[in-house]
Design a protein around this ligand. Structure first.
Ligand code: NAD
Length: 268
């Protein structure tokens, strides 16, 4: 039985993770649920805002105080908090799964620092399908030369705060790595005005925000004669919550180090 804490528990993903953990209660027991100071739900039993039933666990704003009672923390909150979560877990010797997106390079380096002490899974997208997309996009990028233009288009719901999505950024990184180029020099984030002809080897990354789209990603490889398109469409957030719980089960007995969903799903 994995003793679980969820950080960002009152959010869209947090509530679903609680619900899915309850559905898998043979494997998980939620010992703590944490959200930001000032959240109106603080102090409420988690069963009042999620499908996690039969518990007296209440929403708290102090992760540190609950860590001694936990084996794994799952964090889907905000970038600054996720770094803090990883640091507190490292001090307490608790494994951590970070699903939050929009972390900058410095923040990712701090996750790596925490991963020297505890196992850390950090993945911008926890769905099985997207992780397969990562794998396939990398393989295709390796097989095709720069005559094939690469364009990545992502769409998400109107509430999403960061852009491009962490998934689109990861796709671009994987393709750049496969081509042996840097995203700094080859990434092109949106186009406007008299930008001139497309440069060979560019990796285009474009963002759409609309309605309640859960998450769509398309990678296109195109030359003058043909186009290959790889598309993934998430139909519901449950797929991410299930992936997060898979990751929690994976790291519960792992050594310290940084892992991602390719490790969790055995796609490495
Ligand atoms: P949300 O805004 O609905 O929920 C975030 C929750 O975190 C809120 O309840 C908020 O109060 C809480 N929070 C903010 N700051 C906090 C702090 N300092 N301490 C504790 N809690 C804090 O957002 P969401 O849709 O649930 O997404 C959360 C994050 O997860 C985003 O970064 C999103 O992009 C990412 N996400 C990742 C995946 C994935 O598969 N990795 C999938 C979906 C969303």
């Amino acid at each position: 039985m994995i003793r679980l804490a969820v950080c960002g528990a009152a959010g869209r993903m947090g509530r679903l993770i609680l619900a899915m953990a309850y559905a898998q209660r043979g494997h998980f027991e939620v010992r703590a649920a944490v959200d930001v100071p000032g959240n109106p739900l603080l102090g409420s039993p988690i069963g009042s805002f999620s499908e996690y039933k039969n518990t007296d666990v209440r929403l708290t704003d102090s992760l540190k105080s609950v860590l001694p009672d936990c084996d794994v923390v799952i964090d889907f909150s905000a970038s600054e908090q996720s770094v803090k979560t990883a640091q507190e877990c490292a001090q307490a010797g608790v494994a951590v799964v970070i699903g939050t997106t929009g972390l900058n390079a410095g923040q990712v380096a701090l996750l790596d620092e925490a991963a020297k002490s505890v196992p850390v899974v950090y993945a911008p997208n926890m769905s099985v399908g997207v992780n397969l997309l990562f794998k396939l996009a990398g393989m295709i990028a390796q097989m095709l030369d720069e005559d094939y233009d690469v364009e990545i288009v992502e769409a998400h719901h109107r509430f999403k705060k960061d852009a491009p999505s962490g998934t689109a950024c990861r796709l671009a990184e994987i393709i750049a790595q496969a081509r042996g180029v840097s995203l700094e020099t080859h990434g092109n984030y949106g186009r406007k005005g008299m930008v001139g002809e497309r440069k060979a080897g560019e990796i285009g990354i474009h963002t759409v925000r609309m309605g309640n789209v859960v998450g769509d990603h398309t990678v296109t490889f195109a030359n003058l004669g043909e186009r290959i398109e790889l598309t993934h469409k998430a139909q519901s957030r449950e797929t991410f919550a299930l992936g997060a719980l898979k990751a929690a089960r994976f790291i519960a007995d792992k050594k310290s180090g940084r892992y991602d969903m390719q490790d969790v799903l055995g796609l490495r």
